[in-house]
Design a protein around this ligand. Structure first.
Ligand SMILES: Nc1nc2c(ncn2[C@@H]2O[C@H](COP(=O)(O)OP(=O)(O)OP(=O)(O)O)[C@@H](O)[C@H]2O)c(=O)[nH]1
Ligand SMILES: [Mg+2]
Length: 426
C-alpha cells in the first residue's frame, strides 16, 4: 500500500433514477379505434446504494469519476406493458467509511461491516398508466401519471480505518518495524523520516484471538497546524480502542524521548480530546541501542505510575510478545468499536416526491394523481375523523385546494382522490 497514491476523502455527486412516466393509451382494433385504456405503468428509477467491501483499501477510484447516476425508469407502453426498472448504482467503499451530506455536513451513515449495504437514495417511482385509473364511474381515463423526478445530491465519503490499536509516534521511531514483527503486514521500513505515507493495517494473532493494529505516518510537533504530513492521518486511528505510543528510547537522533512523549501527546490533544483520552501503552523502542537504558530509567521515574511501559527492540523482535500480550489484556477490558451514529433527523430526500397533478376526466371530475396523493391514500383511513382532518390539513398545506381553484374547480364539483370521490367546497 505504501507510496502509491492514497485517497481517503472524496466528494461525489449521486442521483437516483427518475421514475418512468405512465402511458396514456387505448386499445385499438380495426374499425374500433379506442376500445379501452391500456397504458402501462412507468418503471421505477434505479436506487443508489453504498456497500462496505473489505477488499477496498482506499477511495482512489472515486477521484477519477465523481458522478454516479442510477438509470431512469422506462416509460410505460401500450397494451399494459410496464416500463423497465432503471439499474441501481452501488458505491463500493472500504469498511469504516463515513457518508456525509455536503450541503449540511450531516452524517448520512457509517458503513462498518463487510457486506453492509445501505440505500442512500431510493429511485423515483414510476407513474401509473391510464389503465390504472379506470373505476366503475370512469371507463376511459384520458390521463396517466408522470414518474417522480429525483434530485442530485453531493456527498462526502470519508474513510476512517477500523483498527483496535493505533501506533503513534515521531517519524523513524520504529512503528512500521513493530507492525511487521507482530503481524504479517509488510510495510516499508527505512532509516529516514516519513517512510510511511499512508496507513498500514496488520492482523495480530494471540493464541486463538486476533486484533487489528494500524501504523500511520509519523507525527511531528505542529502536526495539528499542518507540519510534516499534518495530522490528517489521525482520522484513521480516531476510532481505535487504544493507542501504542512508540518512542525511540535511545534518543539516537538527538531528541529526548521524554520530550517526544509530551509533544506527541500534545498533538493528539490538539486533534481531538477523544483521541487524547484513549488508553495508551508506551512501547520504549530501540532498547538495544546506546543510551536507551539511561533514558528508560528517567522515563519510568516520571511516567511509570501513570503508564504501562514496555521495553522493546523491535528490529530484533525482542519484547514484542510482551507488548502483544499487554495489548490483549487491555483490549479485553475495553468496549468494542463504536459505529458513528447517523444524524437522526437527517434523511436524503427527493423533495419532488410529494408532487401532485390535476386532470379532468371525461365526466368533468377533477382527478388528483402524484406522489403526494399516493402517500395520502396509503396513510388515510377515509371513515376516520382524525385521519380525515389530517388529510384536509395536508391538502391545504400543500396547496392542493388552491391549485384546484386555479384549475377551475368550483364548489360542488367532484374531486377524485384514489378510490374516493368527494364534492369540493372551499
Ligand atoms: N537499532 C534499532 N533500530 C530500529 C529498531 N526498530 C526500528 N529500527 C530502525 O529504525 C528505522 C526506522 O524504522 P521504521 O519502522 O521505518 O520507523 P517508522 O516509525 O515507521 O518511521 P516513519 O514511517 O517514517 O514514521 C529503520 O532503519 C529500522 O531498521 C530497534 O528496535 N532497534
Ligand atoms: Mg513507518
Amino acid at each position: 500500500m505504501d507510496n502509491k497514491p492514497f485517497t481517503d476523502k472524496v466528494r461525489v455527486t449521486v442521483k437516483a433514477g427518475n421514475g418512468g412516466d405512465g402511458m396514456n393509451s387505448f386499445k385499438a382494433y380495426k374499425g374500433k379505434p379506442a376500445c379501452g385504456p391500456d397504458g402501462g405503468d412507468g418503471g421505477d428509477g434505479g436506487s443508489v446504494f453504498i456497500l462496505a467491501d473489505r477488499n477496498m483499501h482506499d477511495l482512489l477510484a472515486y477521484r477519477f469519476t465523481s458522478k454516479y447516476f442510477a438509470e431512469n425508469g422506462e416509460r410505460g407502453g401500450s397494451n399494459l406493458c410496464s416500463g423497465k426498472r432503471g439499474g441501481d448504482v452501488i458505491l463500493k467503499v472500504p469498511c469504516g467509511t463515513l457518508v456525509r451530506d455536503f450541503e449540511t455536513g450531516k452524517i448520512v451513515c457509517d458503513v462498518f461491516e463487510h457486506g453492509e449495504k445501505i440505500c442512500l437514495l431510493e429511485g423515483g417511482r414510476g407513474g401509473k398508466g391510464n389503465a390504472r385509473f379506470t373505476t366503475a364511474r370512469r371507463h376511459a381515463p384520458n390521463f396517466a401519471q408522470k414518474g417522480t423526478l429525483t434530485k442530485p445530491h453531493i456527498l462526502i465519503l470519508e474513510m476512517k480505518v477500523i483498527a483496535d490499536v493505533g501506533l503513534v509516534g515521531f517519524p523513524n521511531v520504529g512503528k512500521s518495524t513493530l507492525l511487521s514483527k507482530i503481524s504479517a503486514a509488510k510495510p516499508k521500513i527505512a532509516d529516514y523520516h516519513f517512510t510511511t505515507l499512508s496507513p498500514n493495517l496488520g492482523v495480530v494473532q494471540y493464541y486463538d484471538d486476533t486484533f487489528v493494529a494500524a501504523d500511520i505516518p509519523g507525527l511531528i510537533e505542529g502536526a495539528a497546524q499542518g507540519a510534516g504530513l499534518g495530522h490528517d492521518f489521525l482520522r484513521h486511528i480516531e476510532r481505535t480502542r487504544m493507542l501504542v505510543h512508540v518512542l525511540d528510547m535511545s534518543g539516537m537522533e538527538g531528541r529526548d524521548p521524554l520530550d517526544d512523549f509530551e509533544k506527541i501527546n500534545a498533538e493528539l490533544r490538539a486533534y481531538s480530546e477523544k483521541l487524547a483520552s484513549l488508553p495508551m501503552l508506551v512501547a520504549a523502542n530501540k532498547c538495544d541501542c546506546f543510551g536507551a537504558e539511561e533514558n528508560l530509567k528517567r522515563f519510568r521515574k516520571k511516567y511509570g505510575k501513570k503508564y504501562d511501559i514496555l521495553p522493546l527492540a523491535a528490529l530484533k523482535g525482542e519484547g514484542t510478545d510482551a507488548l502483544v500480550k499487554a495489548c490483549f489484556e487491555r483490549l479485553k477490558t475495553l468496549p468494542s468499536q463504536e459505529r458513528i451514529p447517523a444524524d437522526e433527523d437527517f434523511l436524503l430526500e427527493d423533495g419532488s416526491d410529494l408532487d401532485f397533478e390535476i386532470y379532468r376526466d371525461e365526466n368533468g371530475a377533477y382527478t388528483l394523481v402524484g406522489g403526494l396523493i399516493d402517500m395520502l391514500c396509503r396513510n388515510v383511513v377515509m371513515n376516520n375523523p382524525d385521519s380525515m382532518s389530517y388529510f384536509q390539513r395536508v391538502l391545504k398545506k400543500r396547496g392542493v385546494f388552491r391549485a384546484l381553484s386555479e384549475a377551475g374547480c368550483k364548489d360542488g364539483d367532484t374531486v377524485v382522490i384514489g378510490e374516493t370521490e368527494f364534492e369540493f367546497y372551499q
